[in-house]
Design a protein. Structure first.
Length: 365
């Protein structure tokens, strides 16, 4: 059985989404993580991107133990543990299996584009194991919940927006479960089943659509960013200068509302204004926190988008990685990507992807 899971790009609402009830727009993109799961005489794991093959494993005392000390296996190990624990609670029989994972989210040379690889890998593991051993097709919500639990338990933080995009696909109007809430709820719950049935009070998720006339362009600035470091620096502003942080949250909220209204009302002008406003809010909070969210090349990326009649902004935490632009026509989009190339920005052949984690045709591993 083969599972195909899309990567993600943030559209609007970064950083603010880490606060309760703040909304973010995220989209799934058409670059994927693939998982292959099949019956085997013994349990084995193959992480092809890391050239880690034939890792034996066993599930005992409610935990997957991998016969490997490589730290890069942490997210996969947590996702496997979470999926198998859930299946055991449901009393579904699990037989030995071989699981292989391969990602195309990063560049062939290993350069990270910021497409949410650890989240998509966690989602692919959960989706593969549940689809293999559950009698019915697992719902996207269950995959999202279990992958979020596994991811937060491993990473300790994060909004879960990348897991949501990988699980549901398309464009999502998303607010986070709040990592602190999920960590506490996990500790207090007697089972994963109980936790998935709880009201995830802060979380919300609604599919939305981009107006047909809008063309999405993604450019990579050639400098991978450390999301955790940038997030920590921005959140520090909440302590050192609460009024500036509150101003950022307010401006981000208004910008995201414009983006959402523009999408819902098919109003390109409002959508573009929301993107410009969010860009400004992010640049300002970066200056206030003494963090370069909008690097010189991201500034060029965004300015060129505006020159060609659209709007652009950093995608995700900024500090490098990708920028995203929305253009009013195919011609404007093509002209922009040509201008980006001349400026040293790499246009990525990425487009929104409508589907989340799903069983797919065979993919050579």
């Amino acid at each position: 059985m083969n599972i195909k899971v899309p990567g993600k790009l943030m559209v609007a609402g970064e950083f603010a989404v880490l606060q309760p009830y703040q909304h973010l727009v995220v989209m799934a993109v058409d670059r994927f993580v693939y998982a292959n799961i099949k019956d085997s005489t013994n349990n084995s794991l193959h992480l092809l991107d890391f050239k880690l093959e034939n890792i034996g494993w066993e599930y005992k005392a409610d935990k997957v133990e991998l016969f490997s000390t490589d730290p890069r296996t942490a997210f996969v190990q947590a996702a496997m543990t979470t999926a198998l624990q859930y299946l055991r609670e449901q009393q579904y029989a699990v037989t030995p299996f071989q699981l292989a994972i391969k990602s195309e989210l990063d560049d062939e040379s290993g350069v990270k584009y910021g497409l949410g690889s650890s989240a998509a890998v966690s989602t692919s593991v959960i989706a593969a194991i549940l689809n293999k051993f559950m009698p019915e097709t697992p719902e996207a919500k269950l995959i999202y919940q279990l992958a979020s639990i596994a991811h937060v338990v491993t990473q300790g933080n994060g909004s879960g927006a990348d897991v949501a995009a990988s699980s549901f696909g398309g464009f999502l109007n998303y607010s986070s479960f709040q990592a602190e809430w999920l960590r506490e709820a996990y500790k207090k719950s007697h089972s994963l089943t109980e936790l998935t049935r709880k009201d995830w009070v802060y979380a919300s998720l609604d599919p939305i659509t981009l107006p047909n006339s809008v063309h999405v362009c993604i450019g990579w600035t050639g400098k991978p960013a450390s999301t955790k470091k940038l997030v920590d620096q921005i959140l520090q502003l909440k302590i050192t200068s609460p009024e500036k942080f509150a101003s950022f949250i307010s401006h981000s909220e208004q910008a995201v509302k414009k983006v959402l209204q523009g999408m819902k009302q098919n109003n390109l002008e409002l959508l573009l204004q929301g993107i410009k406003d969010n860009r400004h809010a992010l640049a300002t909070v970066g200056e206030d926190a003494n963090v370069a969210i909008e690097t010189p090349l991201l500034t060029t990326l965004c300015d060129l988008a505006e020159e060609f009649g659209g709007a652009g902004k950093p995608s995700g935490a900024g500090g490098g990685d990708c920028g995203i632009a929305f253009m009013s026509s195919k011609e404007a989009a093509e002209a922009l990507m040509e201008a980006w190339e001349k400026a040293g920005i790499k246009p990525l052949a990425l487009q929104p992807h409508p589907h989340g984690a799903m069983v797919s045709e065979a993919k050579d591993m």
